[in-house]
Design a protein around this ligand. Structure first.
Ligand SMILES: [Zn+2]
Length: 451
């Protein structure tokens, strides 16, 4: 009955090749193309940064699952040249001015950066792009790497990167399908892994699109790709194990994931553990269990809100308030609305109400559905195993759809002198809109940095 979902029962070294894209919402056709706003020509770097693979282990003697060695090197997964200034050193307790204390100085406060991002929404044009990119490289199959290359420096640099996997995954050879009953190419996992993602939420309104078989296949494929997961489960035992991941500095971060609905699909009788519906008492209990199981930080992925609405619903606001009032929940990463919603600090902690879409290609794309953010939070240890948020950042993204589907990290693209004037204007406009959405509840006054 536990709502805690666990990571893989075992890891298989399987190269997953696939591309899947599908739309999530019911109202894709409401979107409307904006003339002139969809033709940026900047291409993401063809070189996809890589890092050492996460080594996942499982404590046989405990009820939790952990992965260790999250970062290949202390400090960050990869430097990548991306500006992460300000994410380190907050709360540093080192002696100032080079004065050597007569007694050993305390160890520097540990910090950890947790990054979340919007819906991985694999519509058919995305897997067609991945097939074209594979062909262009002289290969068959699907290569989502070029789509993700533009954000990889950011995701690789996070201590812990969490993705929002909106859709079930098909077998590598298909058949694939888009909205309304998604079955996405699992080859996208190769790109997510290469981009530094560590875990994914699998709780969404599409979790049950392909029934129990789809849930099981999706989690098997995530295991095979070396990605942890939470939000759905293959068994009651798996559902009962909290997902707790350990960074290179030994910080234990738990992730929990829940969704408001399954698009009307009933959870099968006899398998109430298959996926996690939003029930506040159950979430609070799950978070408490995760803390009791040793988690230093509990991150909550919430699939919620109204589609295409930039404002959180009253229900979202109420739920965020109740959840963050708990000492057991340290951060809420929201998804589902397909548009960016504000970040807000409540009870000294942050809720990113909705990070928008990450990758998508709606039948009729809108500006809003092409906008997204990566949410990056720095936690600093202020007492043994007690962490507080010391920095909140939003890193805006834009889904380029022409001439190729590419995920653009806006600030870098705008700073790139090689970006032509046309796309540059599009990027600046998108950044302005995203900034306004993020700040609509006064997040910047509360300390949100829009990077
Ligand atoms: Zn959704």
């Amino acid at each position: 009955m536990s709502v805690l979902a666990a990571g893989p029962c075992r890891l298989m070294l399987v190269a997953v090749l696939a591309v899947a894209l599908s739309g999530c919402g019911h109202s894709d056709d409401r979107d409307r193309e904006v003339p002139g706003a969809s033709t940026p020509t900047r291409q993401a770097s063809a070189a996809t940064p890589t890092r050492a693979p996460v080594t996942a282990t499982r404590g046989a003697a405990t009820a939790t699952q952990e992965s260790s060695g999250f970062k290949a090197a202390s400090g960050s997964k990869a430097s990548s040249g991306f500006n992460t200034a300000g994410t380190a050193g907050a709360g540093n307790t080192a002696a100032p001015g080079g004065i050597q204390p007569s007694t050993p100085s305390p160890a520097p406060a540990r910090t950890v950066t947790v990054l979340g991002s919007g819906d991985v929404l694999i519509h058919p044009p995305l897997w067609q792009q991945a097939a074209a990119d594979a062909r262009a490289a002289g290969r068959s199959g699907y290569d989502f790497g070029p789509i993700y290359a533009g954000i990889a420096p950011v995701t690789l640099a996070a201590d812990l990167a969490i993705c929002e996997l909106e859709t079930p995954l098909a077998a590598p050879q298909g058949p694939f399908s888009g909205w309304p009953n998604f079955n996405a190419p699992p080859q996208v996992l190769t790109a997510l892994k290469a981009a530094g993602y560590d875990s994914c939420s699998t709780a969404s309104n599409h979790t049950l699109d392909q029934g129990y078989a789809g849930v099981k296949r999706t989690l098997d494929l995530l295991d095979a790709a070396g990605l942890r997961h939470t939000g759905s489960a293959r068994s009651a035992a798996e559902a009962a194990r909290p997902l707790i991941m350990r960074t290179a500095t030994g910080v234990r971060v738990a992730q929990l994931a829940f969704t408001f609905d399954f698009n009307g699909i009933a959870v099968p009788a006899g398998r109430p553990w298959l996926a996690n519906p939003i029930r506040i008492p159950a979430i609070l209990a799950a978070a408490h269990r995760a803390k009791q199981a040793g988690a230093d930080i509990v991150v909550l992925s919430m699939h919620w809100g109204a589609e295409y609405d930039h404002d959180p619903t009253a229900e979202q606001a109420d739920q965020a308030d109740r959840l963050l009032a708990s000492p057991d929940i340290d951060l809420i990463l929201g998804a589902h609305s397909h548009v960016v919603q504000p970040f807000q600090k409540l009870h000294g902690k942050w809720v990113a109400y909705c990070m928008g879409n990450q990758v998508s290609r709606h039948a009729v794309p809108s500006e809003g559905s092409r906008e997204g953010v990566m949410a990056r939070f720095t936690f600093t240890e202020v007492a043994p195993h007690r962490f507080v948020t010391t920095r909140a950042e939003a890193i805006p993204t834009w889904m380029q759809i022409s001439p190729r589907l590419r995920l653009i990290e806006l600030r870098s693209a705008i700073a790139d002198r090689q970006t032509p004037a046309g796309p540059l204007a599009v990027y600046r406009a998108a950044l302005g809109r995203i900034t306004a959405h993020l700040d609509s509840l006064g997040g910047r006054r509360q300390g949100l940095v829009i990077a």
